[in-house]
Write a protein that binds this ligand. Structure first.
Ligand SMILES: Nc1ncnc2c1ncn2[C@@H]1O[C@H](COP(=O)(O)OP(=O)(O)OP(=O)(O)O)[C@@H](O)[C@H]1O
Ligand SMILES: [Mg+2]
Length: 325
């Protein structure tokens, strides 16, 4: 549903990404990992089209809806928690307004035999039908279920959003994203402001999500419980494997060991060849053999070991969970 091809991004002449490629399909639950400053948030911004890039392509299939949990949340003032959450249902809300208008007209007008009145009846039928199809009779229950899953109690529903702390406003935004039935969910540190019950609820929800999910998180257990694929950003390139976080780390470690071993063996071979060349050079009769060995040596493709990002990590203290509302 989403295809990234040879994507490059640079800041001030330094590449953050250099020709990275990957594809996202329905059912992919990706843990996006990497050191501080590796480019995780930037990649989410690129996928959500919040940001442009230097070269390459990001192709998104038609009608694919992308939902992005941003770090900065800006609600319109004056809405209650429920009203804000209902904003997720744009079409349903618009249909409700139309229905209200039609019903009001039908009640007020008395020109029963007119063309206009007849049209109102037809519209009522069409709009009601559409309303039912898009879940007009279920969305309120769905909303309450998701808000409760994320830790709100019924008494909170009618309180204004501005009476809640930033962490709790983030939960409202997350609820909206989950209600929107997005095909791709991009979540940057979704568990930062959640308590353990809400984290467990979110794990379950995401595991059942049929679209694609890309999650940036420092919570290893959350990643292990939710994801089935890991993309690591390191030094401008990506490593992409169909394994959750912990299994990915083991796999990467094993692969690195294999690379190191292969490199060691190759070095040994090269050294042997070089010793032979030295020996043959000394004898004029063996000059052509030395020559062909040199040629062979030149052709060997040197095994490279994936470089580690050894830059010093910014020390980051875990963000305390804000439980007060
Ligand atoms: N608009 C910009 N202009 C210049 N540099 C930028 C811009 N946006 C991001 N960067 C740089 O790109 C790098 C990656 O930033 P990004 O926020 O994507 O990292 P991250 O992997 O999300 O890190 P963290 O784990 O700390 O959240 C950083 O060095 C940042 O300073
Ligand atoms: Mg970030």
């Amino acid at each position: 549903m989403l295809n990234v091809h040879n994507l490059s991004v640079s800041f001030g002449g330094e590449y953050l990404f250099e020709e990275i490629s990957f594809r996202l399909n329905g059912g992919d639950r990706v843990g996006l990992i990497g050191k501080n400053g590796a480019g995780k948030s930037t990649l989410l911004k690129l996928l959500s089209k919040d940001m442009t890039f230097d070269s390459g392509t990001i192709a998104i299939e038609k009608d694919v809806k992308i939902g992005f949990l941003r770090q900065d949340i800006d609600f319109e003032q004056g809405r209650t928690v429920l009203e804000e959450a209902y904003q997720a249902f744009e079409e349903i809300k618009a249909l409700e307004q139309r229905l209200e208008y039609i019903n009001q007209q039908l009640a007020e007008r008395t020109d029963y035999e007119s063309e206009g009145y007849h049209q109102l009846m037809v519209d009522l039928n069409d709009v009601s039908h559409r309303y039912e199809i898009v879940g007009g009779y279920n969305y309120q229950g769905e909303t309450e279920k998701i808000l409760q899953g994320l830790g709100f109690v019924r008494e909170d529903f009618t309180k204004k959003t501005d009476t809640f702390s930033g962490g709790w406003r983030m939960r409202i935004e997350l609820a909206k994203l989950l209600l929107q039935s997005n095909d791709v969910l991009l979540l940057d540190e979704p568990t930062n402001h959640l308590d353990i019950e809400s984290i467990i609820w979110l794990e379950q929800f995401l595991r059942n999500h049929t679209g694609a999910v890309v999650i940036v998180s420092h919570d290893k257990m959350f990643l292990d419980n939710v994801t089935n694929r890991t993309i690591e950003i390191s030094l401008g390139r990506i490593y992409d494997y169909n394994k959750p976080y912990s299994k990915y780390l083991v796999l990467r470690h094993d692969m690195k060991q294999q690379q190191l071993n292969a490199q060691k063996n190759q070095e040994k071979e090269i050294q042997q060849a070089e010793r032979l060349i030295e020996k043959f050079r000394a004898k004029s009769t063996k000059a052509s053999m030395a020559q062909s060995l040199i040629k062979k040596l030149d052709k060997i493709e040197r095994i490279e070991v994936d470089e580690d990002d050894n830059s010093v990590m910014n020390v980051r203290f875990p963000i305390s969970i804000t439980l007060e509302k």
